[in-house]
Design a protein around this ligand. Structure first.
Ligand code: CP
Ligand code: NVA
Length: 309
């Protein structure tokens, strides 16, 4: 059994294996978003328990379809309806019960410490479905989407992120080290990636390129990624932060600085960081990106359950 908590802690060869499995599984399916079970039902009888302490549309639905397509089932819990959320029961006891009833636990929370604590006390795999410092299932799926569309290894592409230094970017930075791709980041000085993640990149003898000018960051890009300026439960002064990002909007003018063949990706939900024209335009592949979560998460589940071929 293996946890899937942070891309930094997962060996590159395992991440590559997950992507290869997802590619194979996706190509073997006739209908991508149905409940029809894959041949062999590799997770038959398995229960994935999901718990959301923050809102979610895509992660919730894609894990539901993923486990169903592998022959298992899922149950979604709302933490405020549990003794844990009410403050009456410890993480340790909750973890013990989850391990007694379930086979896997997917958690979205506002506390990295809570993810760590669950991993400490639980005896089934823990999957991080978004925490303040990481959104690993999203980003691994995004690597898959980039390679699917571009038909080449991501290491051969210039990847650009325009936006806030948040959980999705932290995971993208981890991916840039694991998959060896060039990552250029465009953001205001005040919202650059934190010291810890930069030190980790350095420790791994890799580099990320940070620009306080969106045009420079986008220059020659094969892929431009973005995300909301204000994340779920972001506690900053929203007006000031949005103002600080006013020159970092992804619109047609900015896209012209990238390669002609550049694609646009966004994990959703979106805010005003991207124009409608780009988001709904020909270069955008956001719907394909969202659907791919199902297929990559199936292989993540198999990896966690020790069933990856
Ligand atoms: N991209 C993503 O994780 O979406 P949800 O917040 O809707 O799950
Ligand atoms: N950075 C965003 C991602 C949402 C999927 C957030 O944390 O709200």
């Amino acid at each position: 059994m293996k946890h899937f908590i942070n891309l930094k802690d997962i060996p590159a060869k395992d991440l590559r294996k997950i992507i290869a499995d997802a590619k194979k599984r996706k190509s073997l399916r006739k209908k991508l978003s149905t409940l029809e079970v894959d041949k062999g039902a590799p997770l038959k009888g398995k229960l994935l328990i999901q718990m959301f302490e923050k809102s979610s549309l895509r992660t919730r639905l894609s894990f539901y379809l993923a486990i169903k397509q592998l022959g298992g089932g899922t149950l979604t819990l709302r933490s405020n309806e549990l003794h844990l959320g009410q403050g009456g029961e410890s993480v340790a006891d909750t973890a013990k019960i989850l391990s007694t009833y379930g086979d896997g636990f997917m958690l979205r929370t506002d506390s990295d410490k809570k993810v760590e604590n669950f991993a400490k006390y639980i005896s089934i795999p823990v999957i991080n479905g978004l925490s303040p410092s990481s959104h690993p299932t999203q980003v691994l799926s995004d690597v898959f989407t980039v390679e699917e569309i571009k038909k080449k290894p991501i290491s051969k592409l210039n990847i650009c992120w325009i936006g806030d230094s948040n959980n999705v970017l932290d995971s993208l930075i981890a991916a840039s080290v694991k998959f060896s791709f060039k990552l250029s980041i465009g953001c205001p000085k005040k919202f650059e990636p934190g010291k810890e993640v930069r030190a980790w990149v350095k420790k791994n003898n890799k580099q990320i390129y940070i620009f306080n000018d969106a045009k420079k960051a986008a220059s020659n890009a094969d892929v431009i990624f973005s995300d909301k300026v204000i994340s779920l439960n972001d506690k900053v002064n929203k007006k000031k932060k949005i103002q600080a990002f006013k020159n970092f909007k992804i619109d047609r003018t900015l896209m012209r600085y990238a390669k002609k063949s550049c694609i646009f990706l966004h994990c959703l939900p979106r805010g005003n960081e991207v124009s409608n024209e780009v988001f709904l335009g020909k270069k955008s592949h956001v719907w394909q990106q969202a659907l791919n979560r199902v297929h990559v998460q199936k292989s993540i589940l198999l990896y966690c359950f020790g069933k990856l071929r």
